[in-house]
Design a protein around this ligand. Structure first.
Ligand code: BGC
Length: 736
């Protein structure tokens, strides 16, 4: 927005947004400035306290208020009755949808389809905007290598390249091209940084990440989000190597604002400034406020250390008013960019626009592309098969929406039961859930489920976790299917009928052993509103599975952390040399037999590798060629290969490119994802697939933490998962 005004010399001057904000700041009292740095939770109907804060200009933003009429009313008080008339920001966690719920982020990542994820984010933004929200606390772009951590359900998985691509897509989807336009929200990159590395997978726990690992694994998605123009950042709850993220100047000043040039605002996590007292990083709320302030946190969410202390810290000379002005300016600039000074209200006829048919279709498409086929001997099924539909998640309209689903409308949900009845006819589906919920150990319902199985040709068992045992503060130490699900599956298997296991869960579960009882396994994550439809269409072959895992699945909890892009050891694993606790005589353990990096009781391999997922057809990779065996650090390597659909059905393959720097000044991962592409092929069809690999992408942060691309030999692989074997080598030289 530009405001026309006459300068002293009479020449008309168009005021820029920045000038306008500077002018506003010059008129604000210290109390009002601190108000802009204050964020409180919704209080429901406007009460006297809230009205008083608004009228005094002591509030800059709210979270969790989603009643659009109330938002307009709050906004009106701020704009019309406060001294400076500054509108508020209204924030919400719109993690994977608003009223229409898309698959949880691991599901979205399984699509390997950033364009689709961008569309889903844009649709979620539009629904939230129509409720008065202008700021989303997402995307969550923590790299996560531990499925015990409940918040893996909010993440895009373990790989920095994939998490970056999905994070950028989400930021672009939420923010659109013009933040001031309708249907867009400011996005927030969270949780900066390393929160996903919580020790032992216990939420909120200490994170001990060596600096080089921080820069090479955990920070890239955040840097990518800054390049994509993300407007806000949120530090995590975690203590990162001794310094809680909310008071971490290295992260928030040196890296974020210094190295990356971030110009937006930083909002604390919920009470995370105050919690620095619990961490033992501040003696009291005054010290906590000072530390967060000096680290550059613009807005305090939920707790009140800023409100209670900043003014006295200014009086004590610990904080300069000019420092406050700098932080307040970043808050007001966001309000300006959102167009709130011009359009603070949501017009009546644009309010509460939810779940239109295009959005529901998009949710179905996303769910379809997020269901990973892990095993298959029987699918797809004929629609005239008589099916026993069982398992605790077969008809749970709320649970299939997953975690961080504050606003989701579960009455819109299409469950597997509803969709299978619709697709095949109610008379073909014999429904008996067997268990009341995923945690139930009550076997009362087993008999009905077994009867349904005896009267059917095939069993579809919807297993998994309820939403409530996933997400924030819901870490699990045992990753089996909870409750009596395994027992019920085993009893059903004893009927001799084939079993299709569809798992609806928030994390990778250790389903290796129970999968032995199943003839097919679909991993659907929590697939959202249209999840049942997607599962049913895949089961009947109306849709083809094409998803791939964004995270490694462990065989057992004892293998965690297990991730594909690990380092090589000095004694690399050689499968022939594995020793197995049960097959080897005691004496053998004292010899050098099998002195490689593996467990004597769980081997080395995961249950499923990163990038894995089957299709109803098969693909063959061949004719791998590169543009040159030697490139310079400024070159881009062209890679091409032939992908052929060798099966009898059409299908979509996510072709993946992996690379390795063979020897470098620091050790490098055994493989790193460096590209992926979804390719749709008819039966028998072949296509030349190309990847462009800039040498600049093959660098890393070295001994001195500086980013460098080093000369030497590199290997690359193409294939359908991280075990890809078709490979070639090339060299990078500084000067050709
Ligand atoms: C979470 C954040 C979230 C905030 C506000 C916190 O508990 O860690 O991710 O944005 O609450 O809901």
């Amino acid at each position: 927005m530009l405001v026309a005004c006459k300068a002293d010399n009479g020449v008309e001057h168009r005021e820029t947004g920045e000038e306008m904000i500077n002018n506003i700041i010059s008129t604000l009292s210290l109390e009002e400035k601190v108000g802009q740095m204050t964020q409180i939770n919704s209080v429901g109907p406007v009460n006297d306290d809230l009205r008083g804060m608004l009228q005094a200009g002591k509030l800059g933003s709210m979270l969790n208020e989603v009643d659009v009429k109330r938002i307009n009313e709050i906004q009106r008080i701020a704009v019309e009755e406060s001294p400076s008339g500054i509108p508020l920001l209204f924030a919400r966690d719109v993690v994977h949808g608003f009223k229409t719920i898309f698959p949880i982020p691991p599901g979205l990542a399984s699509t390997f389809n950033p364009e689709l994820v961008k569309e889903c984010s844009a649709a979620a933004a539009a629904e939230a905007w129509s409720s008065g929200i202008n700021w989303n606390f997402g995307p969550m772009i923590d790299v996560v290598r531990d499925p015990r951590w409940g918040r893996i359900a909010e993440s895009f998985g373990e790989d920095p390249y994939l998490v970056s691509a999905m994070g950028v897509a989400t930021v672009e989807g939420f923010q659109g091209d013009d933040l001031a336009a309708e249907n867009t929200l400011a996005a927030s990159a969270k949780h900066f940084a390393g929160y996903g590395a919580a020790e032992g997978g216990r939420d909120y726990n200490t994170t001990l990440i060596p600096r080089r690992e921080l820069h090479n694994i955990y920070l890239p998605p955040f840097e990518a989000s800054v390049r994509a123009g993300v407007k806000t950042f949120m530090p995590g709850f975690n203590d990162l190597d001794g310094v809680p993220a909310s008071g971490n100047s290295y992260l928030l000043q040196d890296i974020l604002r210094g190295q990356w040039g971030f110009k937006g605002l930083v909002v604390s996590d919920w009470a995370s400034i105050y919690e620095m007292i619990n961490h033992g990083f501040a003696a009291d709320s005054r010290e906590a406020a000072l530390r967060a302030f000096k680290a550059g946190v613009n807005i305090e969410m939920a707790s009140s250390t800023y409100r209670d202390n900043i003014i006295s810290l200014v009086k004590a000379g610990k904080i300069k008013e000019s420092e406050i002005d700098r932080l307040v300016k970043q808050v007001l600039m966001l309000k300006y960019e959102l167009g709130l000074f011009d359009n603070p209200y949501i017009p009546e006829k644009k309010q509460n626009v939810f779940a239109d048919s295009a959005t529901l279709m998009l949710a179905e498409k996303a769910a379809m592309q997020s269901v990973v086929l892990l095993k298959n001997n029987v699918l797809p099924l004929e629609k005239d098969s008589e099916i026993a539909l069982t398992g605790p998640l077969a008809h749970q309209m709320y649970e299939q929406l997953g975690t961080w689903n504050f606003d989701g409308d579960s009455s819109l949900s299409v469950t597997p039961l509803m969709a299978m009845r619709e697709l095949a006819g109610s008379d073909k589906i014999n429904f008996a859930p067997g268990l009341r919920n995923s945690r139930s150990s009550d076997s009362k319902g087993f008999k009905k489920a077994l009867n349904a199985a005896y009267n059917s040709d095939i069993i579809v068992f919807c297993a998994g976790e309820e939403a409530i045992i996933t997400g924030e503060a819901h870490s699990r130490a045992y990753l089996d299917l909870p409750g009596a699900q395994n027992e019920l599956i085993k009893e059903l298997a004893a009927t001799g009928k084939p079993i299709i296991l569809a798992v609806l869960a928030g994390r990778p579960l250790t389903i290796g052993e129970i999968s032995e009882y199943a003839d097919a396994v679909l991993y659907a994550w929590h697939p959202g509103t249209m999840g049942g439809k997607a599962i049913a269409k895949i089961i009947y072959g109306d849709a083809d599975p094409s998803a791939k895992l964004p995270v490694t699945f462990p065989v057992t909890e004892g293998q965690i952390p297990i991730y594909y892009n690990h380092k090589m050891t000095g004694r690399p694993v050689i499968e022939d040399e594995w020793v197995h606790i049960n097959d080897i005589p005691e004496k053998a353990f004292q010899t050098s037999l099998g002195n490689t990096s593996h467990y004597i009781d769980a081997g080395f391999e995961p249950l499923y590798p990163f990038g894995f997922g089957l299709s109803y057809t098969t693909f063959e990779y061949s004719d791998l060629k590169i543009s040159s065996p030697v490139i310079s650090i400024t070159d881009t390597l062209e890679i091409c290969f032939v992908l052929r659909n060798t099966g009898k059905r059409s299908g979509t393959e996510v072709a993946q490119l992996y690379t390795r720097d063979i020897a470098a000044s620091i050790t490098r991962p055994v493989k790193e994802l460096s590209g992926f592409k979804r390719v749709q092929l008819e039966p028998g069809e072949s296509r030349k697939v190309e990847f462009l690999l800039p040498a600049a992408n093959l660098g890393f942060h070295g001994i001195d933490l500086e980013y460098r691309i080093e000369e030497g030999e590199f290997k690359l692989w193409v294939g359908g998962d991280s075990n890809a074997s078709l490979s070639t080598s090339f060299e990078i030289k500084n000067k050709l």
